[in-house]
Write a protein that binds this ligand. Structure first.
Ligand SMILES: [Fe+2]
Ligand SMILES: [Fe+2]
Length: 462
């Protein structure tokens, strides 16, 4: 998360004024540049699709579970020492508890009457091979219990240079995975039983229950990282994969299959100006991709990535139909959620959210502990960012908690907007400029775009 500004209260003279001027220009340039980003234009249905558009494929009755962003970090890679502590200070995730959280969600889902499970990416902290192997081992319990699991990759999962072990005050590189290795490790969780795989990505098609196709999409840009590079946060579905998707979606219509999709990146904005602020959490050309999915009859896409419990909807014109982006928060960030989706014979999808509130090693207060962790770490990160941009030490303590409250409110979902979203009555002119540049973001995080986020019913008959 980045908050911009430039000011240093103890500096004076021409040098400071020049820095302030360049800071103002940087803020304005960022606002202009980010405001120009587009959603990719309108999808034009092919003649083949137009001929099939009257065909409605009914959803079979089914029940399934969804969780996302478990970011598993094996404790064997080190959980003590200065280097690990330094990492934790710049992070919000409950990494030390990630194995226990995955065990807990596997136990809970294993006890439910669900037919399959979706996992929407960022399976590991940073693509460590040993972490993927551990995730696969834990997911096997679900599959062996008769609940097939379907995964998609997240931006952290492949060819990641940040795959590290922490030893005292330094880090040591550990093996990460290539895309083929990812598909190999997760062969039992989508890739082996796929009806079809996209030859150019880790996207695949599966039929978890008869009559329902799952379009499992790889929205990540790992191919741009080489064998081992910094993970690209932004998402993209490349042209050849779009062509593959269209062919699959046309075939679904011809064969009378209803389709749901899963991908790591968002496809509908989750708060006002999401594209301007943190557009890298939406897939590139999200308007076009959403339009394409909707035009082919897809009504629900399950996503992750921003770690928020947030459902949004967008209605497209041809035909008039609504696409729902059902983002599930991270398992390792409060409120540590998972979802249960029930599609009834009446074509209503009931979505319930549940939360991991207890794990071994913590008392009954795990939920409160997790909430406190994300709140305090966000204050710390906000403070670091504000300091970097020269907001004075006197002004920062009044901004950090306000930013953290807005962010945590968004992560939890079903946001209630307070009367005042951001104020710095005592702040200097530079602080007020920074606030002005970020007010829309804070306002956005407090804005609950329809429908509800945690418990809701989606009418699939329309
Ligand atoms: Fe994530
Ligand atoms: Fe992610």
């Amino acid at each position: 998360m980045i908050w911009l500004g430039r000011r240093q209260g103890c500096e004076g003279g021409e040098q400071t004024r020049a820095r302030r001027r360049s800071g103002v220009l940087a803020v304005l340039a960022l606002l202009i540049l980010t405001g120009c980003a587009g959603s990719g234009g309108r999808f034009t249905p092919s003649a083949e699709l137009r001929a099939l558009q009257a065909v409605r494929c009914d959803y079979p009755a089914t029940r399934f579970a969804v969780f996302s962003d478990p970011h598993v970090y094996p404790r064997s890679l080190g959980t003590s020492g200065a280097a690990f502590q330094d990492y934790l200070n710049k992070d919000r995730k409950l990494l030390v508890d990630s194995e226990a959280l995955l065990d807990a969600v596997v136990d809970r889902i294993g006890a439910l009457g669900v037919e399959f499970v979706l996992v929407c990416g960022d399976l590991t902290k940073d693509g460590e091979r040993i972490a993927h192997q551990l995730v696969a081992e834990k997911l096997r319990r679900l599959a062996e219990g008769g609940k097939p699991v379907f995964v998609v990759p997240g931006n952290h999962d492949i060819a990641n240079a940040k795959a590290l072990r922490y030893e005292g005050d330094h880090t040591v590189a550990v093996p990460t995975v290539s895309a083929p290795e990812f598909a190999g490790i997760y062969a039992p969780f989508g890739y082996a039983a796929a009806l079809e795989r996209d030859p150019d990505s880790l996207s695949y098609l599966a039929e978890p229950v008869p009559g329902l196709w799952l379009l499992a999409l790889d929205s990540c840009r790992w191919r741009e990282q080489g064998e081992r590079g910094d993970p690209v946060t932004d998402g993209r579905i490349y042209p050849s994969t779009r062509d593959w998707m269209e062919k699959v979606l046309i075939r679904a219509k011809r064969q009378g299959k209803a389709v749901i999709a899963a991908m790591h990146h968002g496809v509908v904005e989750h708060y006002p100006r999401n594209e301007k602020f943190f557009g890298q959490y939406l897939v590139d050309d999200f308007g076009y991709i959403g339009d394409m999915l909707s035009a082919h009859g897809v009504q629900m896409v399950f996503t992750g990535h921003f770690h928020a419990q947030d459902v949004t909807a967008r209605t497209f014109a041809h035909p008039l139909r609504t696409l729902h982006d059902i983002e599930t928060g991270s398992l390792v960030t409060a409120p540590c959620p998972y979802r249960v989706v029930t599609i009834g014979a009446d074509r209503q999808a009931t979505i319930e959210s549940r939360f991991i509130t207890a794990i071994p090693g913590h008392g009954k207060d795990f939920g409160a502990f997790a909430a406190d962790c994300v709140y305090r770490s966000t204050i710390r990160l906000a403070d670091d960012a504000l300091a970097k941009y020269k907001v004075s030490a006197a002004d920062r303590p009044q901004l950090g908690p306000q930013i953290a409250r807005a962010y945590v409110t968004h992560l939890t979902g079903d946001e209630n907007r307070p009367a005042v979203v951001l104020q710095a009555a005592e702040g200097g002119w530079w602080t007020r400029l920074v606030m002005w540049s970020q007010k829309d973001l804070i306002e956005g995080w407090y804005t609950d775009m329809a429908p509800a986020d945690n418990d809701l019913v989606i009418d699939l008959s329309r």
